[in-house]
Design a protein around this ligand. Sequence first.
Ligand code: C2E
Ligand code: MG
Ligand code: MG
Ligand code: MG
Length: 280
Amino acid sequence: QAKSLGRATFCNFDPQMQVDAEERVRLEHDMRQAIGTDQFHLLYQPLVSSSTQRVTGFEALLRWNHPSRGPISPAVFIPIAEESGLIEELGAWVLRKACIDATTWPDEITVAVNVSPVQLVVPALPNTVSGALQKARMPANRLELEVTESVFMSGAGNAVDVLKRLRGLGVGIALDDFGTGYSSLGYLNKAVFHKLKIDGSFVRNAATQEETISIIKAIVMLANSFRLTITAEGVETAEDFNRMRDLGCDQIQGYLFGRPMPIERTREIVGSKWEHRLVG
Ligand code: C2E
Ligand code: MG
Ligand code: MG
Ligand code: MG
């Protein structure tokens, strides 16, 4: 297409951008073929109670193993799925699969599923969610949906309605990556969210920056006043764990307690306790 516009236009065209655009088209095409095949699978990362150090649930994280390119990061393929509309079908698959997998855990263990803002504007989402629960015969209170602050950037009013409708089904809604995006304090109430996940960047910076500790303290106070559960993401060291627990985080998630793992491995760690690995 650039060529047909003449040589001058072609020269002005950023070659990197052209590769990216072609790459996106190719990946979108490949993704369309891949949905419903074993190229997609879920890994599960444990969420641990900071007081008991036991697993309380897992977050489902989507993986794409491309037949010729190998593993592709969700940071790359999720945006393509969102822009192409494929996220609706892919997201529905994730919900069904995660609910079915969760029924192999004890009853008190929850499963968290990431939901894209694009899925939230699809009117069928509440039906997709209740369908996934019914098919797995799983009670709604074992499912948590994770949404990021970006849901408020476009059509905020509508997103809030959908989130409230989902809460009405009995599922939890967590505000993911809190503090990294559009500040949405006005929506931080119990009618919409039940949990707030403090982004890993705060956890990392808290190790060296006093002001980050102050911000975390303010977030925790805010969340407490709305009776929201607080999870710290990206906890990699015992020091991070102790710091975030002492700052008032209820749950901890991060490489310290486990990287995202296949469903088979999760069964070995439900019910286990980590105190032997922690110092202080
Ligand atoms: P997220 O929901 O915030 O998930 C946490 C990400 O942090 C995961 O990256 C996880 O592997 C990584 N992580 C966990 N603990 C640590 C740690 O201690 N240190 C560090 N450095 N990283 C840690 P992942 O799996 O690459 O996923 C990236 C993002 O892709 C997710 O961020 C989520 O926004 C999105 N995503 C993943 N699966 C899905 C899905 O099924 N649907 C949608 N819509 N988005 C998904
Ligand atoms: Mg998440
Ligand atoms: Mg997160
Ligand atoms: Mg994140």
